[in-house]
Design a protein around this ligand. Structure first.
Ligand code: AMP
Length: 381
């Protein structure tokens, strides 16, 4: 095993959104320097990094220059081209290793990996041509047609009820490869975030119970009230996935809990996850510090939870009536506000989140929703 990368060293981050920002904040707290690479400037990560490099991921000379100046590289966005990762890898170690990225950035590869590892997944069919579409039987619907690559937050997916819908959706998505998933009759969506160190130790957060709005995560709460058998199974499936994929870093597993009590894996994210943002305030060591510790070869920290917590996302929608009333929310006991430094508050864009700690998960969830509503009210209303 290579030597640990100690405080004082320089971490490189590919991708410059809020996940990189929160990683950079943890890295700087621990005395590391942070360089970030992305096609943008004045980014959420760049604002807190030592150095922000603006360049295309396809500019492999710029990628090589970036890589030469740092001690270890990680990414905060899984759609980084594999060629970019391969160039970085020539100069400096990258974690999680490129193979993890290769598997998880493509739904067909990801599902085939999971099935081979014996992990239950949503029943699916691979779609690459009109012939594949025509081979689908009415009995396999309703379903969700999803592009194999580049999808996130519900983008690149269409619900289909009939064969006609499916044909229209295949034309609409206009991609080379897709998966048709059976529509799952789930009672809940949950996630487990886990970190695996270079010494192969694994720590877990959750499960978190997640509610989505327009396919975007809205609220995450933990601990949950699922039966211990469901919690244990979610953790064990996550352990198998991190071990089989040989992840060094953080990975999130998103699950559907079917109405008959069976867990299915929906998808994997090979990085800290939105549903793990509450770990920043509610756990002894947060998901971002674990990512740093794992990729640097340090021992992982305790993932113990301090208090029940709920996290509510703040999308650009919250800004549509004017600047949110921060004072109202900040006056609430147990509330922590996180803003990502983004200027343009577009509808659906993740601008920040708030986490509330309380005596019970239900109380935390209630307070988080009340606080978010309060942001959109004027003083005295
Ligand atoms: P994804 O981007 O695949 O995580 O999908 C975003 C959201 O769409 C999920 O969190 C679910 O709420 C919903 N969804 C996706 N796939 C399915 C499915 N096969 N059955 C039912 N709902 C789904």
């Amino acid at each position: 095993m290579s030597e640990a990368i100690l405080p004082g060293s320089t971490i490189g981050v590919l991708g410059s959104g809020q996940l990189g920002r929160m990683l950079a904040i943890e890295a700087r707290r621990l005395g590391y320097r942070v360089h970030v690479f992305s096609p943008d400037s004045d980014t959420p990560t760049g604002q807190v990094a030592d150095l922000e490099v603006k360049s295309s991921y396809d500019d492999l000379d710029a990628v090589a220059e970036f890589a030469k100046q740092i001690d270890v590289v990680t990414f905060e966005f899984e759609n980084i081209p594999i060629d970019t990762i391969n160039v970085v890898d020539r100069f400096t170690p990258v974690y999680p290793v490129g193979n993890v990225l290769h598997t998880t950035q493509h739904r067909i590869r990801e599902k085939n990996f999971l099935q081979t590892a014996g992990i239950p997944v949503t029943p699916f069919r691979e779609i690459r041509s009109t012939e594949d579409v025509q081979a689908i039987q009415e009995g396999e619907l309703p379903g969700v047609l999803k592009t194999a690559a580049w999808g996130y937050d519900g983008k690149g997916q269409v619900k289909v009820e009939s064969i006609e819908d499916l044909e229209a959706a295949w034309n609409e998505l206009n991609c080379e490869e897709a998966v048709l998933e059976r529509f799952v009759d789930f009672s809940d969506e949950l996630s487990v975030v886990a970190a695996r160190g270079r010494d192969e130790a694994i720590v877990f957060y959750g499960p978190m119970v997640n509610t989505h709005c327009n396919h975007i995560l809205d609220l995450s709460v933990t601990p949950t009230s699922f039966p211990p058998s469901v919690v244990q199974e979610a953790i064990e499936l996550t352990r198998t996935i991190l071990t089989e994929l040989e992840v060094i870093g953080v990975l999130c597993v998103e699950f559907f809990l079917r109405t008959d009590g069976k867990l299915l894996v929906n998808e994997l994210a090979p990085r800290p996850h939105n549903s793990g943002h509450l770990t920043v305030d509610a756990h002894l060591t947060c998901q971002f510090e674990q990512q740093l510790r794992a990729v640097c070869g340090l021992p992982l920290g305790s993932a113990a939870q301090i208090r029940p917590a709920a996290m509510a996302n703040l999308l650009g929608d919250v800004w549509q009536q004017g600047t949110p009333d921060w004072l109202q929310a900040l006056a609430m006991d147990g509330l922590k506000l996180h803003l990502y430094g983004k200027q343009d508050a577009r509808v659906g864009r993740k601008m920040g989140h708030l986490t509330v700690l309380a005596d019970s998960p239900a109380e935390a969830a209630e307070k988080a929703l009340v606080a978010r509503r309060a942001l959109q009210m004027k003083h005295g209303e």
